[in-house]
Design a protein around this ligand. Structure first.
Ligand code: NAD
Ligand code: UDP
Length: 389
């Protein structure tokens, strides 16, 4: 639909144009959400972030068709008095801001806890006080480990979905001990979810909580040494992309046995748009957003990415394609892992009729085509440079 034609919600009612205060709009998910809102809806976005590199193409030049519907405000929500005023100007607040890379959870636990809990508190408070609807981004990691992971390795019950499928309103949240600082993130996210939920129950806050299950696609994180720190450790898609671009073996942490389900960012953004435009169906709910059909072990992901990258780049796969590393070596002390993450889709199906469409192969093909086009030349130049002594 073009932005000018009247858009209808799932119940056939016209959707009125909204002003959305999007916090963390300059990140991976924010950039895709801004793109969708600009190209397909009439909504306005107040885009808040400390960075805007990933949404620059939406802000400049001023002749873009959506000129005037997106405004960037460079601010750090930790310490900026403009936040309250920007929330007041909006009909809806979407909070994406967070430290959300696992390499930080055990090495910078204080920053992780402050970012995911303390810094989100004023946002929840202002929304509650000024009766603004809030869509808060949590994580599938709040589920922690599956119940099945505590069963003996050979137990047939491990094959029973009752022991591993993650359901919003039923599954417990199972984290490791305090020394396993990996769980600082999940724990902070769980507490902010509980606070949002309690604001809804006690003070009538209209809220929706989103639990993303490994959304991946173009613009995710950074490539170390190119558009991010050379010692930085991004999430797995960018780690493996970086290895492929440099012709290095892909590193499998603790054997690459953990399982994940990956969903294409463009599918997931459709779900977020349905939440934005169907408040009556989305308010008061926690939604899993993932693709239960795209499950692989990390080792299988690596093997698939090697094949896909060879296809899109035309390069031969490297001889040694993967190597094993211990989590202690790769992430340091205090790392731990989620064993398996399959989202139950009942609630999102029922409320919003949403289903993911893109297979893992297809989403890797479009994402690695983007990575190759964006970074291959820059990497060649860096590799060709003599190392400074
Ligand atoms: P991202 O790091 O790309 O985006 C987060 C953005 O928030 C960044 O642009 C960052 O600059 C901004 N930000 C952080 N702290 C800020 C502050 N104090 N003030 C202003 N801006 C600040 O991450 P993403 O993948 O887009 O994730 C967005 C949200 O979704 C996060 O809350 C994350 O926990 C959640 N999430 C994402 C995934 C996924 O699969 N991508 C999975 C689970 C949860
Ligand atoms: N991982 C890996 N090699 C890497 C990066 C990550 O084996 O170079 C593993 C990591 O240990 C985890 C999985 O890949 O089991 C997914 O990691 P990611 O950082 O994407 O985030 P998570 O899904 O754990 O939140």
């Amino acid at each position: 639909a073009s932005p000018s034609s009247t858009r209808l919600d799932l119940d056939g009612n016209p959707i009125k144009p909204l002003t959305i205060c999007m916090i963390g709009a300059g990140g991976f998910i924010g950039s895709h959400l801004c793109e969708k809102l600009m190209s397909e809806t009439p909504h306005k976005v107040l885009a808040l972030d400390v960075y805007n590199d990933k949404i620059k193409h939406l802000l400049e030049p001023e002749t873009l068709p959506w000129n005037g519907r997106i405004h960037f405000h460079r601010l750090n929500i930790k310490s900026d008095s403009r936040l309250e005023g920007l929330i007041k100007m909006a009909d809806l607040v979407i909070n994406l801001a967070a430290i959300c890379t696992p390499a930080d959870y055990n090495t910078r636990p204080l920053d992780t806890i402050y970012s995911n809990f303390i810094d989100a508190l004023p946002v929840v408070k202002y929304c509650s006080e000024t009766n603004k609807r809030l869509i808060h981004f949590s994580t599938c990691e709040v589920y922690g480990k599956t119940i099945g992971s505590f069963l003996p390795k050979d137990s047939p019950l491990r094959q029973d979905p009752a022991y591993y499928v993650l359901k919003e309103d039923v599954s417990p949240c199972i984290f490791g001990s305090i020394e396993k600082q990996r769980w600082s993130y999940a724990c902070a996210k769980q507490l902010i979810e509980r606070l949002v939920y309690a604001e809804g129950a006690e003070n009538g806050l209209e809220f929706t909580i989103v639990r993303p299950f490994n959304w991946i696609g173009p613009r995710m994180d950074f490539i170390p040494g190119i558009d991010g720190p050379s010692e930085g450790v991004p999430r797995v898609l960018a780690c493996f992309s970086n290895n492929l671009l440099r012709g290095e073996p892909l590193k499998l942490v603790d054997g690459g046995e953990s399982q994940r389900t990956f969903v294409y960012i463009k599918d997931a953004i459709e779900a977020v748009l349905l939440m934005i435009e169907n408040p009556a169906r989305a308010n008061g709910h926690i939604f899993n957003v993932g693709n239960p059909h795209n499950e692989v072990t990390v080792r299988q992901l690596a093997e698939m990415m090697i094949q896909v990258y060879s296809k899109v780049s035309g390069d031969q796969p490297p001889e040694t394609s993967t190597i094993d590393v211990s989590s202690k070596e790769f992430y340091g002390e205090g790392y731990d892992d989620s064993d398996k993450r399959i989202p139950d889709m009942t609630i999102i199906n029922q409320q919003l009729g949403w289903n993911p469409k893109t297979s893992l192969w297809d989403l890797l093909e479009s994402t690695l085509t983007y990575q190759h086009r964006t970074y291959a030349e820059a990497i060649k130049k860096v590799i060709a440079q003599p190392i400074a002594s």
